[in-house]
Write a protein that binds this ligand. Structure first.
Ligand code: ATP
Length: 611
């Protein structure tokens, strides 16, 4: 089903983001810059909360994961080893008239009548050009308007003296034909696109004062490679032992051909990545007799020593889904895409994408939103560390004493069996993915097996890796989309009014509590409110607001997604009786419910609700 061009819900979300200070267009006062976004005061808090939660969940609360904070610019050798210099490309097509580019797999379908020409000629100067050009005439477009595009194209690059008045150029060999649902025309200009060409997505820069080829460096297109490059240092400087992980949060840059869907596909964004290193299954088999089998679906439970890559991969998929559930993205808003063998990279054993059903997501045949990738969890084998070992010349193996001792006791039959399985798997991959002829593939697989099992005998191996890789900005957009609600609530006069409310989970809400004195010109109320504000603000993000009618202040906080408002009124001062003295109104954002709470009990109560 085609994607609807206009998306009223997305428009409302984008407008709220600007109005309330979640997200602004970068450099907006200069007309903006495509694919770059800034986070305003509320967005900055939201982003910080999300990153902190990821960091705590993935590193601090685990004994088997440590953190890293590496540079954005690294040795270009890293990107050659990882394959990014050669293969980190998108296929793109260009509009020959406007030079605007689109990703080949993202051209929208269009219908109409295609006009084709073979060239153009000037009747006044005799100047001529011979090359094909085609434009789609879309519904409502006049043929003269498409012909004008053709004249503009043919005249481009030639001097006015040659072409004469370009608007008068004669077009040659005009033919027309109907076109249905074609992806060959630029969505804006309607001009037929060029052939697909690869386009490297890495941003280039120069290190040092000389802009020469040898000084080229890249802004990292992902944070993961730094983890592989520093693997040995982390291993040598901390007490970690395989299985263990290294997590990192940081900026990544991709010169996306078509940034789109608000912040979803940006050119500068942040990632939260974990590389979790595990022994190869052969080591588990040698040490434990066999590799654990896992249930057909669901979380496999607490990690076990006999887990192979499949159990670890499932474990991380389920852990990550639980993380999203813990911040308000319920399972029904998420989806899983299990990559097919054709989609998988040659080195990957499996990859599961966690999707979120954005308002702009495409729909399936039943009209259900399909969802877009928030995070990919890949089982990447030992590809990355092997590549870096090969390119750097530095060994990236780990040593396992127990494995060395056990390997000597493994029967020859078992060793033979393991080797045969290893060779069969590698041969299959080389034939299917690298398209090697079967004999060549078998020889290459035998060679790998030799190196692998020789190392094994010494208790050495290159760890395999499970990589949960998430985008911060996509998650923020998912959380904003998920939080957006419109409902009705009575105003001060009891009249029902439409309100916009951002129902963020309290854990990630930018502001947790707003403290509101009923009136700002009553010193006693203000003093009390300030006192309460001071007692809370050291514990979580609070906001003090004394401007305007109380109902309007509640609405403002609803739009900001503040889960709790604390109102200090005359009852708090004990003016209506001693029993209410030092109590405040606690108002709940989602249903507008209010309750009276002792000021002294506020902090523990709120801490409990925000946890
Ligand atoms: P896509 O297929 O959507 O381009 P990808 O598979 O190339 O994404 P990865 O290389 O696996 O993405 O990156 C891991 C995560 O980083 C993605 O799941 C996504 O959340 C985030 N990410 C990748 N590219 C972008 C981008 N251009 N803008 C925002 N986030 C991004």
């Amino acid at each position: 089903m085609a994607e609807p061009k206009e998306n009223p819900l997305m428009e409302k979300i984008v407008s709220l983001c600007k109005r309330r200070g979640f997200v602004y267009q970068s450099s907006e006062i200069y007309g903006g810059i495509n694919g770059f976004w800034d986070y305003g005061p509320l967005g900055a808090e939201l982003k910080r909360n999300v990153k902190e939660l990821w960091w705590n969940t993935m590193t601090r609360e685990r004994e088997d994961v440590v953190g890293l904070d590496a540079t954005i610019i690294m040795s270009p050798a890293i990107w050659r080893a990882s394959g990014h210099v050669d293969t980190f490309v998108d296929m793109m097509r260009e509009c020959p008239l406007t030079r605007k580019r689109v990703r080949s797999d993202q051209v929208e379908e269009q219908s109409g009548t295609v006009y084709r020409w073979t060239g153009a000629e000037s009747a006044t100067t005799g100047w001529k050009v011979q090359k094909p050009f085609a434009v789609l005439q879309r519904k409502g477009e006049h043929p003269d308007s498409v012909r004008k595009k053709a004249r503009e194209y043919y005249a481009h690059g030639a001097a006015a003296a040659q072409t004469g008045d370009w608007k008068q150029l004669g077009l040659q060999g005009e033919t027309t034909a109907p076109v249905e649902n074609s992806v060959d025309f630029h969505p804006e200009s309607g001009v037929e696109l060029s052939e697909s060409r690869p386009f490297n997505l890495m941003f280039k820069t120069y290190v040092g004062p000389v802009e020469s080829e040898e000084n080229v460096a890249y802004l990292r297109p992902e944070t993961a490679q730094a983890i592989f490059a520093q693997f040995k240092n982390v291993l040598d400087s901390t007490p970690v032992k395989v299985p263990f992980g290294i997590g990192q949060i940081g900026k990544a840059f991709r010169n996306e051909v078509t940034p789109r869907n608000f912040t979803f596909r940006s050119r500068e964004f942040e990632q939260m990545e974990l590389e979790f290193f595990i022994p190869p299954d052969e080591a588990i088999e040698a040490l434990h007799g066999s590799v654990a089998t896992i249930p057909a679906a669901g979380h496999p439970g607490e990690p076990q020593p006999n887990w192979g890559w499949e159990a670890w991969h499932r474990y991380w998929v389920e852990e990550r889904v639980r993380f999203y559930e813990g911040i308000g993205l319920t399972r029904d808003t998420l989806g899983l895409h299990i990559q097919t063998p054709e989609e998988l990279a040659h080195y990957a054993r499996a990859c599961t994408d966690i999707l979120y059903k954005f308002p702009f997501s495409k729909r399936d045949e039943k009209g259900e939103l399909k969802g877009e990738e928030l995070e990919g969890i890949a089982a990447r084998g030992d590809f990355d560390l092997s590549q870096h070992e090969e390119h750097s010349g530095k060994p990236l193996t780990v040593f396992d004493d127990e494995l060395r001792a056990t390997w000597g006791k493994v029967s020859d039959d078992k060793k033979k069996d393991m080797r045969e399985k290893f060779v069969a798997h590698k041969t299959h991959v080389f034939v299917e993915k690298k398209k090697l002829p079967p004999e060549e593939a078998a020889t290459a697989a035998q060679k790998e097996a030799q190196v692998f099992f020789d190392r094994f005998a010494k208790g050495q191996y290159i760890p395999h890796v499970i990589e949960p890789s998430a985008g911060v900005d996509r998650l923020i957009l998912a959380l904003i989309s998920n939080a957006y609600y419109e409902d009705e609530m009575p105003d001060e006069k009891g009249k029902m009014q439409v309100r916009v409310v951002m129902k963020f989970h309290p854990r990630i809400a930018p502001i947790k509590v707003a403290v509101l004195p009923l009136l700002k010109n009553k010193p006693d109320l203000v003093t009390k409110a300030r006192e309460i504000y001071s007692s809370l603000k050291g514990h979580f993000a609070c906001f003090y607001d004394d401007g305007g009618a109380i109902g309007r202040r509640y609405r403002r906080q609803d739009e900001a997604g503040t889960p709790f408002c604390v109102t200090i009124d005359f009852d708090t001062l004990g003016e209506k009786g001693p029993e209410l003295k030092d109590t405040v109104t606690l108002r709940y954002r989602d249903d507008g419910r209010q309750e009276r709470v002792k000021a002294s009990e506020l902090l523990p109560l709120l801490l409990e609700k925000i946890r």
